[in-house]
Write a protein that binds this ligand. Structure first.
Ligand SMILES: Cc1cc2nc3c(=O)[nH]c(=O)nc-3n(C[C@H](O)[C@H](O)[C@H](O)COP(=O)(O)O)c2cc1C
Length: 193
């Protein structure tokens, strides 16, 4: 154990398995930072866990801001708390933190293009989307599967990310809209099994 392994290692050290065709990959946690392609491996293994995708949005004097996030989850029912993880490197997170409030927009299955736009730096992320301001003044996009209006309750350290806990002040869902799913680095739609 300890080395990166794969079902079809294409080179003696097996590392090429991380960037090639899908196979089995494995490494011990403490060694991750020492593996040349540790970040790729980490993303690839975590990509086995499917998530939804949300847009975390806020508004300040410069206008609306938002970013695509897959690290969203619920935390507590009483009080009603949710969380997402924000990279310290994110300029958008800095503006959301200053705003002190945010909206969670749960994307529908037809919103893969919108999601890609909210992960890019070189575009107007809100272009062509339209939005209204929710209960806290944060933008809520049309056609979402659900949205939650939140106030930042706490920010905890989480390595190169901040763990952002929000208190829900308002929430709504459109159960006719199926959610967008993120798995294995690709966008998918939900199918009943
Ligand atoms: C599917 C997907 C999930 C993402 N999840 C997160 C996340 O959980 N946390 C995060 O900080 N960035 C996440 N990102 C990256 C941000 O959307 C975005 O690229 C980043 O915020 C851009 O930097 P900026 O905020 O400085 O503009 C994700 C991107 C994609 C496409």
């Amino acid at each position: 154990m300890g080395a990166v392994v794969a079902e079809r290692p294409a080179s003696p050290d097996g590392r090429s398995a991380l960037s090639g065709e899908k196979g089995r990959c494995e490494v011990d946690g403490p060694r991750l930072g020492g593996v040349d392609d540790g970040a790729t491996l980490f993303r690839r293994v975590l990509g086995a866990f499917p998530t939804g995708v949300v847009l975390i949005t806020a508004s300040d004097e410069q206008g609306p801001v938002g970013l695509a996030v897959s690290s969203f989850t619920s935390v507590s029912l009483d009080p009603p708390l949710v969380l997402f993880c924000a990279a310290h490197s994110s300029d958008t997170w800095l503006r959301i933190r200053t705003a002190g409030v945010f909206a969670v927009n749960v994307l529908g299955e037809d919103a893969a293009g919108v999601c890609r736009r909210f992960a890019r730096k070189d575009v107007d992320r809100f272009a062509g989307s339209g939005y209204h301001l929710g209960a806290t003044g944060a933008p809520v996009l049309p056609g979402v599967a659900a949205h939650l209006d939140c106030r930042i309750e706490a920010v905890h350290p989480g390595g190169d990310h901040a763990i952002v806990v929000g208190r829900v002040v308002h929430l709504a869902a459109d159960e006719a809209v199926l959610p967008l799913v993120f798995h294995g680095g690709d966008y998918r739609s939900l199918r009943a099994v």
